[in-house]
Design a protein around this ligand. Structure first.
Ligand SMILES: Cc1cc2nc3c(=O)[nH]c(=O)nc-3n(C[C@H](O)[C@H](O)[C@H](O)COP(=O)(O)O)c2cc1C
Length: 294
């Protein structure tokens, strides 16, 4: 470890994760930081909405990208942070599409909020993980994204510790287009309201317990969805009976499902790095570029 930021001793990792990708990134950060003998305080924003102001030298916020923005729950949490005097901060976005237009503008609001709170922003990065939205990527691409994670996390940590900053300025058109993603918040509410159980539902209540917004209630033996859905897909993908589906925006749900824990277990830890196993879909190009960036 280089020594520019050697005085960083305690790191807070604050993350939100719908289907497990951002959690996997946060877990990887935790493991690597602990290996470097740093103290780590990990906060799951969905279950821990207060910010425990344990003395921290670096706050790392991690969020999935939803419609070219960070998850609303993460922005709200950031807005409620207490003021600080120059604590270091980093923002890590996790997407399926990568650092492509207009995803590049997704971190802007969070960075702005952090600056207003008095944080010294030193790093931002887009991590790419398997996409849980609309387009099913090839298995090999998903495995390689999982396998390359420790390498990517190590590079970020070593950049930060050696004082190397990474702050990006997205193009104006990306910023404008990204703000359209705000419509997703309304879309999410409608999407949530439209989710319904099929006859296969056995009222196990896992969706009720899993929902990060407590937006699902069991009524008359069946899950009922409220207006506060985040469109994170946790209820749909992790239903043990695959009994939940939306009535609208059905294209967003992957037909073969999405199980991050299963993918992590099956990944070989070796990067195939042969483009042959990757998708030809142009929307996967950002993920391929990420795998190949130096
Ligand atoms: C409603 C919704 C919108 C999404 N929008 C984007 C997007 O704009 N750009 C992108 O690259 N990925 C997008 N994704 C994919 C997720 O960012 C990606 O799969 C991420 O790894 C999910 O993280 P999680 O498992 O921690 O929830 C979207 C996913 C969902 C559910």
């Amino acid at each position: 470890m280089d020594n520019k930021h050697k005085h960083i001793k305690t790191v807070t990792l604050a993350y939100f994760s719908g289907t497990g990708c951002t959690k996997a990134v946060a877990d990887c950060f935790e493991k690597e930081l602990l290996e470097q003998k740093l103290q780590v305080n990990k906060i799951n924003i969905a279950t821990d909405d207060t910010y425990h102001d344990k003395k921290t030298d670096l706050l790392i916020i991690l969020s999935p990208v939803y419609a070219f923005q960070l998850a609303a729950i993460v922005e709200k949490w950031t807005k409620n942070l207490p003021k600080t005097n120059g604590t270091y901060a980093a923002v890590i976005s996790v997407s399926g599409g990568g650092e492509v237009s207009p995803n590049t503008a997704c971190r802007i609001k969070c960075k702005h909020l952090l600056k207003r709170k008095g944080y010294d922003l030193i790093y931002e990065k887009m991590m790419v993980m398997p996409s849980n939205f609309a387009i099913q990527a090839r298995k090999q691409l998903n495995f390689d994204l999982i396998n390359i994670l420790p390498q990517k996390v190590n590079k970020i940590i070593s950049d930060i510790m050696s004082g190397k900053k990474n702050l990006l300025k997205p193009k104006l058109q990306d910023r404008l287009f990204s703000t359209l993603g705000k419509a997703e918040h309304f879309g999410a509410s409608i999407f949530g309201l439209s989710i319904h159980p099929s006859r296969d539902c056995n009222q196990c209540g896992k969706c009720v317990r899993n929902c990060p917004k407590k937006n699902i209630q069991m009524k008359n033996g069946s899950p009922k969805f409220g207006f506060h859905c985040l469109w994170c897909m946790k209820c749909i993908y992790y239903c043990p009976r695959k009994a939940l589906s939306p009535r609208i925006l059905k294209f967003s749900v992957l037909k073969n499902g999405f199980d991050m824990n299963h993918m992590i277990k099956r990944s070989s830890k070796k990067i195939a790095n042969s483009k042959k196993g990757y998708s030809k879909n142009v929307l996967c190009q950002g993920a391929i570029d990420y795998l190949q960036e130096k």
